[in-house]
Design a binder for this molecule. Sequence first.
Ligand SMILES: [Zn+2]
Length: 219
Amino acid sequence: MTKIIHHPSDETLLRYVSGGYDTGYNLVLATHLSVCAKCQKTVELQQLIGGHVLEEEKPANMNISASDLLRKADMPVVETPKPLGSTYSKKYGFEVPAILNSYVDGDFDGLKWQSLSPSIKQAVLTVDGKASARLLWMKPGHAVPAHGHSGEELTMILSGGYYDGDEAYTKGDLHCADHESPHMPTAMEDQPCIVLAATDSPLVFRGIIPRLLQPFFKI
Ligand SMILES: [Zn+2]
């Protein structure tokens, strides 16, 4: 298994744990957590600390778990996803994290993709208010047109990998991009790259053609 290099920050995980994200972001982070033992440990620690803080304020009840305490205090709780296994995609040749099953009707290979260009396809999985999560398929060696962000973009690499500036992102990595980092992810040459990405505002494309097409693709 490829070693995961890029993880969400502790702040991002804390926001996730306390229910501060919309569904699209939760899906991307939960998918990363389902394959990342390091981030699972961080989240468990954050939940324990959250519970401990509440314990200090209330009479101690050692039989109550940290997440029960958070619940009692009416704090939103996001359960730590347990490793759920995966389903092998014959068509795309990789293990699809089981957490995505209900979003693809249990059939990743039967997904209906929408072509954004000859080298990029998308499949929108969930839209919740302004936040959405979508799968993107990138042809080997091809780039997503240069764009910036007016909000936060969280991307998890499901298969293959891409380069963005000096950094390489491969299977399992979680890439956080914000308005300060306009970028042009470019798929590695050896195989298509499939990612799960959450955004809460339209991408800010630099080129005229992507900008003209943007309203049709709602990206
Ligand atoms: Zn991680």
